[in-house]
Write a protein that binds this ligand. Structure first.
Ligand code: NAP
Length: 252
């Protein structure tokens, strides 16, 4: 049987580690050619070598998606070199926690720049291409998957600005979903709970220390990649609008 995503192209931001890298591997296994976007070229090249070694096709896109020009160029290079764009996984993100009082404003700026503006720049550049893909073969449907968080549903003491960015992604995704539903561009929101990746390691040491004591059960990045893979492999008439995925023991 033909792989479901054969003949399609997926661009994954934040593909150099964690959920993005696992998603690239999962979508390649479903037959998609994958464009891998992030800043660490060496990581992307390692992943591309793994994917091509398994018979897949991968394009390395070293870029900083907080720069609008680089985000747009990543989308355009994907289409120029792989021929089309059927799936955009807006996954790149940063989570910098701690009390608001006295927080370095640079941390808030980094989160807004990447989690909100970076996602918007990629989405904006991708929209015409996704609509073109949805209008033709092989699938007559296209996907934008936006990676939010449990923090996009529940704000907690110490995660205010991160939650703000993820709540915002939820609002944008739902609005865009309604705008594009008739064009068969599905917009989906994925909200992971605690997942073992590099995400928490970017916090200041004192924040990281307080987080360590809160760490409970964590999922693997491949568990979230499974969810994304499920979403984008549904038949044309089925749209998974939202998926909240927690480790079984996580309560909030
Ligand atoms: N892990 C969790 O528990 C969890 C829970 C809920 C939601 N999430 C969300 O899942 C998404 C992926 O995070 P993760 O857990 O896989 O963490 P991660 O391993 O830290 O991955 C983050 C990715 O974003 C990329 N990135 C950072 N800044 C970038 C920039 N300016 N331009 C392009 N790429 C950039 C990083 O690559 P470079 O550094 O190479 O650029 C990396 O590939 C995030 O949106 C996060 O908020 C994670």
């Amino acid at each position: 049987m033909k792989p479901v995503l054969e003949g399609t192209v997926a661009l994954i931001t934040g593909a150099s580690s964690g959920i993005g890298a696992a998603t690239a591997t999962a979508l390649s296994a479903q037959g998609a050619a994958v464009a891998l976007a992030a800043r660490r070229r060496d990581r992307l090249e390692g992943l591309a070598a793994e994917i091509t070694g398994q018979g897949g096709a991968a394009l390395v896109l070293e870029c900083d998606v907080t720069d609008q020009g680089q985000a747009a160029a990543a989308v355009e290079r994907t289409v120029a070199e792989l021929g089309r764009l059927d799936t955009l996984v807006n996954n790149a993100g940063v989570m910098l926690l701690g009390p608001a009082e006295g927080a370095p404003l640079s941390e808030w700026q980094r989160m807004v720049d990447l989690n909100v503006l970076g996602l918007l720049y990629c989405a904006h550049a991708a929209l015409p291409h996704l609509q073109r893909a949805a209008a033709g073969n092989p699938r007559q449907v296209a996907d934008m998957v936006n990676v939010s968080s449990v923090a996009g549903r529940f704000a907690r003491n110490g995660n205010g600005v991160y939650a703000l960015t993820k709540f915002g992604i939820g609002a944008f995704s739902e609005s865009l979903r309604q705008e594009l539903a008739g064009k068969y561009v599905r917009v989906s929101l994925v909200e992971p709970g605690a997942t073992a990746t590099e995400l928490a390691t970017h916090n200041r040491p004192e924040v990281l220390e307080s987080l360590r004591s809160q760490f409970g059960q964590r999922m693997d990045a491949s568990d979230i990649a499974d969810a994304i893979s499920y979403i984008v492999t549904r038949p044309r008439h089925v749209a998974i609008n939202e998926m909240l995925v927690r480790p079984t023991e996580q309560q909030r």
